[in-house]
Design a protein around this ligand. Structure first.
Ligand code: FMN
Length: 180
């Protein structure tokens, strides 16, 4: 079964990210083997490998290795991002920076949430992931008032639900089913 990671990139005790993750998981249903990747639990330190991951050098830290193995085991990923001062969270940027080859060609869906349907952060995150040669198969921007409340009550519009479904179908079409 296609292994799909869902990355939660905020850490507030009252974060909305968890509820958005639940919506993504419910939309994915039983079509995927889900890995909820909560960056609060992953708890990476600030990037502390001696060389850039792009160099292809072996990772030297236990946390770097295990983070690389976790993302490397995925067939696809949905990255959830709030807008923090018009951008993604520091934790997300740091977690992305830790890896390179693991992102290359990985079918990736970006789900942003915030004011203005996350249209500040989504282009930035897309640019970052394209730089790492991720295969962006869809972006969904959820807006406060239109799709959810600031407290995380979800009332996702049909249009956004359809956008997520299109992205999930695109993942299914990209990842070949295993030979029985
Ligand atoms: C430090 C900080 C900066 C924020 N900056 C923005 C912003 O620039 N644009 C925006 O739409 N919302 C902004 N917000 C509101 C967040 O998008 C909103 O609180 C969201 O729920 C945060 O995600 P989380 O609940 O998963 O932590 C900011 C919130 C915080 C805590």
């Amino acid at each position: 079964m296609t292994k799909l990671g869902i990355i939660i990139s905020s850490a507030r005790p009252n974060r909305v990210g968890e509820k958005v993750a639940r919506w993504v998981a419910e939309s994915a249903g039983d079509r995927f083997d889900l890995d909820f990747i909560d960056l609060r639990d992953v708890a990476l330190p600030s990037f502390d490998e001696p060389t850039s991951p792009k160099s292809g050098a072996d990772k030297t830290t236990a946390h770097g290795r295990s983070w690389g193995e976790r993302i490397g085991a995925l067939d696809a990923v949905v990255i959830l991002t709030p807008q923090y001062n018009g951008s993604y969270t520091g934790a997300l940027k740091n977690a992305i920076d830790f890896l390179y080859s693991e992102w290359n060609g990985l079918p990736t869906v970006l789900v942003g949430y915030g004011w203005g349907a996350a249209q500040e952060v989504l282009p930035l995150l897309e640019k970052l992931m394209l730089r790492l040669d991720a295969d962006i198969v869809g972006t969904v921007g959820l807006g406060f008032r239109e799709d959810l409340s600031v407290d995380g009550e979800l009332f996702i519009t049909e249009q956004k639900a359809a956008a997520l479904e299109t992205a999930l179908l695109a993942i299914e079409s990209k990842v070949p089913a295993p030979i029985a």
